[in-house]
Design a protein around this ligand. Structure first.
Ligand SMILES: Nc1nc2c(c(=O)[nH]1)N[C@H]1C(S)=C(S)[C@@H](COP(=O)(O)O)O[C@H]1N2
Ligand SMILES: [Mo]
Length: 364
């Protein structure tokens, strides 16, 4: 397995490398071990020498900066944030049962992981540069190389200034208490808790404060959410909504669709996330396709930016049946019931109730 990753990883694409952990391992640990943490790449994994690495900060600032890793560690307070990263394309595979989605990675429920990130606050670095009048967005560019529309450029993104000033937005050089692995953006990556993974730019090279969102392809064209009725052939980019905050959702990691289990009490396990820093408040599981619900036990501790692993015991009947999971967060966000509501031709942000079809068997 490349990049010292776990041999059980599900590889969705070899080059660029896109992979995630199988559901049983994904839901085993509250903090996803680095070798199991999902990977989403659009281009190469650049080899960057930490000794010569510099982070540039410019745009609408009083003082442009050029910071070495040593400068960052010496001049700024260190902070640690526990945050779940989730790709906007997580659970795209279910949408593929509605219609095909050409050219996008067919993630099942594994494009998500939870890490503990250590570094310096983005807000502290921006304050050092001095935020000038007119600032409204903060743009980021990676040092990798991606090709789109015949052009080669670094993967980029932007976030609104008020999100950038939040204490949770981190420039991270450590993951799970160890140096950030190359595949996850070493020597320095942005971590934007609560936003789609695409905003957490890896191999961060440059920060630019702007009056408008980034014109990088991955901010201005990709990662836009279209309504269910929009069609790939006729939609214009401007009609899609630029994605930011992730939605509340839950997924069943065990049992899996197609699994056979003895009829009777059975344990269902999975993960759930809230929206905008609201902790997961409740997860419910139905063994009769949504007619009646059993409240799941939330495992671990409530974290504003973290997922919650959960388990529930439900009564499995003999024969084929559908298990369903749904979550609600402390701010009252819930989930749409079906894929008709979450369908979009790019296959982003699918947070419909998660359904798995399982078979209960009678032991003789
Ligand atoms: N430079 C760079 N940053 C990037 C990407 C990329 O391709 N290049 N992919 C983004 C996407 S879409 C996601 S979901 C996350 C995934 O982070 P991970 O690979 O550490 O899990 O990184 C984001 N940051
Ligand atoms: Mo992503």
């Amino acid at each position: 397995m490349p990049f010292s990753k776990h041999p059980s990883l599900i590889i969705r694409q070899a080059d660029p490398f896109n992979a995630g952990p199988p559901p049983d391992l994904l839901s085993r640990d509250e903090i996803t071990p680095a070798d199991l943490f999902f990977v989403r790449n659009h281009g190469n994994v650049p080899a960057l020498d930490p000794a010569v690495y510099r982070l540039r900060v410019g745009g609408l600032v009083a003082r442009p900066l050029e910071l070495s890793l040593e400068d960052l560690r010496r001049d700024f307070a260190e902070h640690t944030v526990a945050a779940t990263l989730q790709c906007a394309g997580n659970r795209r595979m279910e949408l593929l049962s509605v219609r095909e989605i050409p050219g996008e990675v067919p993630w099942d429920l594994e494009a998500i992981s939870h890490g503990v990130w250590t570094g310096v606050r983005l807000s502290d670095v921006l304050a050092r540069a001095g935020i000038a009048a007119g600032a409204a967005h903060v743009a980021f560019t990676g040092l990798d190389e991606v090709e789109r529309r015949g052009r080669r450029f670094g993967f980029g993104a932007s976030i609104p200034l008020d999100k950038a000033l939040g204490p949770e937005a981190l420039l991270a050089y450590e993951m799970n208490g160890a140096p950030l692995p190359a595949i996850h953006g070493a020597p320095l990556r942005l971590v934007v808790p609560g936003y789609i993974g695409a905003r957490s730019v890896k191999w961060l090279g440059e920060i630019v404060i702007q009056d408008a969102p980034s014109d990088n392809y991955f901010q201005s064209v990709a990662y836009r959410l279209f309504p269910p009725e929009a069609d790939a052939a006729t939609a214009r980019d401007e009609d899609g909504r630029m994605l930011g905050e992730l939605f509340t959702s839950a997924a069943i990691c065990a049992p899996l669709t197609g699994e056979t289990r003895p009829a009777g009490p059975t344990v269902v396990r999975g993960y759930a996330v809230g929206q905008g820093g609201a902790a997961v408040d409740r997860v419910e599981v139905s063994a009769d396709d949504g007619r009646t619900w059993t409240e799941a036990t939330l495992l671990g501790e409530a974290e504003p930016w973290g997922w919650r692993l959960w388990e529930a015991e439900v009564e499995l009947r003999p024969g084929l049946q559908t298990l369903v999971a749904r979550a609600a967060d402390a701010a009252g966000h819930g989930q749409p019931a079906g894929l008709a509501e979450t369908w979009n031709f790019k296959g982003y942000m699918n947070n419909a109730w998660h359904r798995v079809a399982v078979v209960g068997i009678i032991k003789t």
